[in-house]
Design a protein around this ligand. Structure first.
Ligand code: DGL
Length: 266
């Protein structure tokens, strides 16, 4: 059994959180990372808050058993529903993806008119709106769930007529609202950045929560003096179902398949 005390733990409902893993691994090559994809219970985006909190707690427990020093909730839906519960119950730093994405949106916007796209759960939770309005009360926020982007990303079908038509249909109303910034508030959406950008046009700045979160992880590790000694970090991938299929789909997220994926029960 892989065991890497002092690693960074990252969890997501499935494969999408590899967008966050990729950015963290890129910025922190010396850190070991344990990634857990809860593939048995994906999707989280359609589940109730109570269920997502329960799932998030069990993922966190498993990673803490492996002695991670810091936990990253890569899943937007889990960050939206479960972050407070994790902060209240865990004694390691826990970083979600919503606040970094929201802060980045505020740095980019000039008009204060911001669009959010995410799963049904993330949009219904109002988590992005809450943070944006706390930080900028006059912000005007419009949100829209885009559920079909998730299977498209997992199929690797991110460009061409079909994704473009779906993106046009999803984004139509948001674009009528004169937003100047659009937050990609779901693990999978960075894969569709080109198509989304094509529909949104050059006047709208796209915020990739994965990149922003990875910056916060790097800053937090430095700030807390938690850096690992100079060595090459080891990467461990755990899933709760179908390791082979996870390894194959990973290609669309990492540009390579993963061959050593371990099944775990949470
Ligand atoms: N990881 C989820 C998110 O970022 C998307 C997939 C799901 O619905 O579980 O919200």
């Amino acid at each position: 059994m892989a065991h890497e005390p002092g690693a960074i733990g990252i969890f997501d409902s499935g494969v999408g959180g590899l967008t966050v893993f990729r950015e963290v691994a890129h910025r922190l090559p010396h850190e070991s990372i344990i990634y857990l994809g809860d593939t048995a219970r994906v999707p989280y985006g359609t589940k109730s808050p109570e269920t997502v909190i329960r799932y998030a707690q069990s993922c966190a427990r498993l990673l803490l058993q492996r002695e991670v020093k810091l936990l990253v909730v890569a899943c937007n839906t889990a960050s939206a529903f479960a972050l407070e519960s994790l902060w209240d119950t865990l004694d390691v730093p826990v970083i979600g993806v919503i606040e970094p994405g929201a802060r980045a949106a505020l740095r980019r916007t000039e008009s204060g008119r911001i669009g959010i796209i995410g799963t049904q759960g993330t949009v219904t939770s109002g988590a992005y709106e809450d943070i944006l309005r706390q930080l900028m009360p006059e912000a005007v926020v419009h949100s829209r769930p885009c559920p079909l982007f998730v299977p498209l990303a997992e199929e690797g079908w991110v460009e061409g007529d079909v994704p473009l038509a779906i993106a046009r249909s999803y984004l139509h109303d948001l674009l009528e609202c004169a937003i100047d910034t659009l937050v990609l508030g779901c693990t999978h959406y960075p894969l569709l950045k080109r198509t989304i950008g094509q529909v949104a046009g050059p006047g709208i700045s796209l915020v990739d929560s994965a990149e922003e979160t990875a910056d916060v992880v790097k800053e937090t590790i430095a700030h807390l003096g938690m850096q690992s000694p100079e060595a090459e970090g080891r990467h461990t991938f755990l899933v709760t179902d179908a390791p082979e299929s996870f390894g194959r789909v990973a290609r669309h997220f990492l540009g390579r398949e993963l061959h050593e994926v371990e099944w775990v029960d949470v």
